[in-house]
Ligand binder design. Structure first.
Ligand code: NAD
Length: 282
């Protein structure tokens, strides 16, 4: 029998614990989101993040810039938020419109407020085994594995996808947890062969039904990060029904990794607020 890794339930539990912790702390953390343009998926993700803030007692500020916003104008908004002592965490919703220099924007976010963990300083800390803010999706996946007591140390983990928001930080987190890690990507030769060796398989490719049962070792744990539209329905990268017959545990889409990403963002924002409060207290 396959175990369904219920990210929705786990995230609700984490959010409730966090709500209590924030209430007891006497702090009022604040998250600023920056969204550029009117991509419906990005707007929906930002709305969900604001809703989660409300649920746990984090204040949120939404900066909305038009789709024609220049790199300089986005940088201006980020610099203003960096300088605003009322803001503890800054999240720039990706992807940014074509023509915007995303790397410059990420590099401009104060590392102490970079609750998404994309800044090179935070990435470097993560890869050196001393994470401060590690990016929300992979961190949420590690939390979900821990919740279900899935051992990671000594296991062979194979990741499909090498993006800075998922694949790369996922590899660092798994390595920090003593897994043996392989990262596959669009130029990997015979990806099925690589994936088939995984005890823990993580797919972050963005292609519906990319992972088929023939790519999965019997008994593997399968984590589906992908969010895709197929015939008007939201699906992951994994052919869920077919792979469920082979895997020992699997995340559904929706209700798997997505809610864990949001819970982790809330946890990172609270952590930023605590660290900034300690810093300002000397
Ligand atoms: P991305 O486009 O930045 O990266 C995709 C990766 O897939 C690349 O590294 C590429 O090399 C690899 N790839 C593409 N085609 C491949 C192939 N044929 N074989 C092997 N590798 C291939 O995307 P991303 O930001 O990492 O997101 C990936 C997916 O995860 C998307 O569907 C995205 O919507 C979703 N996502 C979900 C969450 C969540 O919270 N659930 C968070 C972030 C991203």
């Amino acid at each position: 029998m396959v175990t369904i890794l219920d990210g929705k339930k786990c995230s609700e539990k984490r959010l409730e614990l966090l709500r209590e912790e924030i209430e007891d702390s006497g702090l009022y953390p604040r998250l600023a989101t920056v969204i550029v343009g009117n991509d419906p998926a990005s707007q929906m993700y930002v709305r969900m993040k604001h809703r989660a803030c409300e649920q746990v007692g984090i204040g949120s500020v939404g900066i909305e810039l038009p789709s024609g916003a220049t790199t300089e104008s986005i940088l201006d908004a980020v610099r203003r938020l960096n300088a605003d002592s009322d803001i503890n965490g800054i999240l720039v919703q990706l992807p940014l419109p074509k023509g915007v220099d995303t790397e410059r924007i990420i590099d401009a976010i104060s590392p102490a407020k970079d609750v998404d963990g994309y800044h090179p300083e935070n990435m470097g800390l993560l890869f050196s085994g001393k994470p401060r803010f590690s990016s929300c999706t992979p961190t949420g996946i590690m939390t979900l594995l821990a919740e279900y007591k899935i051992p990671v140390a000594g296991k062979r983990a194979v990741i499909a996808g090498r993006s800075i928001d998922v694949g790369r930080p996922m590899a660092a987190l798994l390595l920090n947890a003593d897994a043996t890690v392989t990262i596959c990507h669009s130029r990997t030769k015979d990806i099925a062969e690589e994936l088939k060796r995984a005890d823990i398989l993580i797919s972050a490719v963005g292609k519906a039904h990319f992972i088929t049962p023939g790519m999965v070792k019997p008994g593997a744990v399968v984590i589906d990060v992908g969010i895709n539209q197929l015939d008007g329905k939201l699906v992951g990268d994994v052919d869920f029904a077919a792979v469920s017959t082979v895997a020992s545990a699997i995340t559904p889409v929706p209700g798997g990794v997505g809610p864990m990403t949001i819970a982790t963002l809330m946890e990172n924002t609270y952590r930023a607020a605590k660290e900034q409060a300690c810093g300002s207290a000397g």
